[in-house]
Design a protein around this ligand. Structure first.
Ligand code: HEM
Ligand code: HEM
Length: 175
């Protein structure tokens, strides 16, 4: 096997776009909008809906990955490099799952499901600082941004400098 399963490839790129969007929009827009702003409910509805979708699709992707495995190691990589890649990939999965679970935990502890999706009419809390899962959500989001930067830098380095065709493993094309 020289490529990941097609379901993994499709979900990798769909989720990459969605996760990068959520990380940027979450830290640059959502967290900068005060909870008293009337637009906040709409922004939270989009963020929470997309966040839950990302969590479910990541769990599906992980299940497919565990059943279908990974392609053979890239030619020319040492066992140490393969180990670093595997650890980074596991941390990427764990990071995304931790974002989804901590997000759902904020929603449950602040009753956001009823306020945002079912129009309960209760006000939002002043902010989310007092909620422990929010701390986790914030810290993991910074760690995930760092990991993704490392992951993308490694992919670009392999593709353009080592020229070992790494991208074809995560692509429907052969180059
Ligand atoms: C947008 C830039 C990105 C590029 C260029 C990229 C590229 C790649 C490539 C080439 C692989 C295959 C590596 C190999 O095994 O040889 C891969 C795997 C992987 N990528 Fe990305 N990726 C990107 C974004 C992301 C994001 C945002 C995430 C999640 C937060 C992510 C998570 C993963 C995971 C978990 C794997 C391992 C797949 C598995 O073993 O199931 N990637 N990526
Ligand atoms: C799984 C992917 C997710 C990503 C990548 C993500 C990303 C982010 C980021 C970057 C922030 C800003 C953190 C900061 O203050 O710097 C944030 C805030 C937040 N997220 Fe998520 N999130 C995800 C899922 C969820 C889910 C599933 C929920 C709820 C169901 C949720 C609820 C929230 C809430 C309530 C905030 C606080 C907004 C504020 O500060 O006013 N997130 N998220």
């Amino acid at each position: 096997m020289t490529k990941y399963h097609p379901v993994i490839i499709a979900l990798h790129w769909l989720l990459a776009l969605a996760i990068i969007f959520m990380l940027l929009a979450g830290s640059l827009m959502l967290s900068e909008t005060p909870n008293s702003d009337p637009e906040k409910l709409n922004a939270l509805a989009i963020h929470m809906g997309l966040g839950i979708t990302i969590l479910l699709l990541t769990l599906i992707r992980l299940a497919v990955r565990l059943r279908t495995g990974a392609p053979e190691p890239l030619e020319g990589t040492t066992p140490k490099q393969e180990q670093i890649a595997s650890v980074t990939h596991v941390l990427l999965y764990l990071g995304v799952i931790a974002m989804g679970v901590s997000g759902v935990a904020i929603a449950l502890s602040a009753d956001l499901g009823n306020i945002v999706f079912f129009g309960s009419g209760q006000p939002l809390p002043k902010d989310f600082e007092a909620f422990l899962p929010y701390e986790v959500h914030e810290i993991v989001s910074s760690a995930l941004i760092g990991l993704i930067a490392l992951h993308v830098a490694a992919a670009v380095f392999h593709q353009h400098f080592i020229k070992d065709g790494i991208m074809s493993r995560m692509s429907f094309r052969n180059k």
